[in-house]
Design a protein. Structure first.
Length: 179
């Protein structure tokens, strides 16, 4: 897991470059927990971590698997010619990035990936092992969507901050009374 230089420039905007591996879902959850605790927003962890996990899983499952690259040596699963294979051969450039942005009145969770294909919510099969991710994103976030970018897309979800966090704090020594 790595933090981008944006952390130093703006503590309310943090990024985590994720390797194209299934373990990146766990890394995304750990990064989310660390960030939300640093911001004093640990109470939002369950919802935001679930959505971050789903978005990273979708990027791994759909975006990387659909991007084709020249044939290379086989991945451990025996598939050849996918972006996931290229990642096993060269992890020098992360293909997925998780970003968390805190701006009153909300937190934005965004995952970028190299595919220009937008996410498609399909009819949920409640018995199947997969296929409900975007329904979960829709259920646990305030809103969500996606935008194309120069090198793929960004899928984002917003979360409302608790009312107490949205209120500006009085300057030290000022109890709000006028003299």
């Amino acid at each position: 897991m790595g933090l981008s230089p944006a952390l130093a420039a703006d503590p309310d905007v943090v990024n985590c470059a994720l390797a194209p591996r299934h373990e990146s879902v766990r890394t995304a959850r750990e990064f989310t927990k660390l960030t939300l605790n640093r911001w004093g927003l640990g109470g939002l962890f369950d919802d935001i971590a679930l959505v971050a996990s789903e978005l990273v899983t979708n990027a791994l499952r759909h975006a990387l698997a659909s991007a084709s690259v020249p044939e290379q040596r086989s991945s451990p699963w025996g598939r050849r010619g996918t972006a996931l294979d290229a990642a096993f051969n060269d992890c020098s450039s992360p293909l997925i990035r998780l970003s968390l942005v805190r701006r009153v009145p909300q937190v934005v969770c965004a995952v970028s990936d190299p595919s220009s294909n937008g996410p498609v919510a399909r009819e949920a099969d409640w018995v199947a092992e997969s296929g409900r991710g975007l329904h979960l994103v829709d259920s646990f976030s305030h809103s969500w969507g996606w935008h194309p970018v120069a090198a793929g897309k960004v899928v984002w979800a917003t979360f409302e901050l608790p009312e107490a966090v949205q209120q500006p704090l009085s300057p030290p020594g000022n109890d709000g009374r006028r003299y």
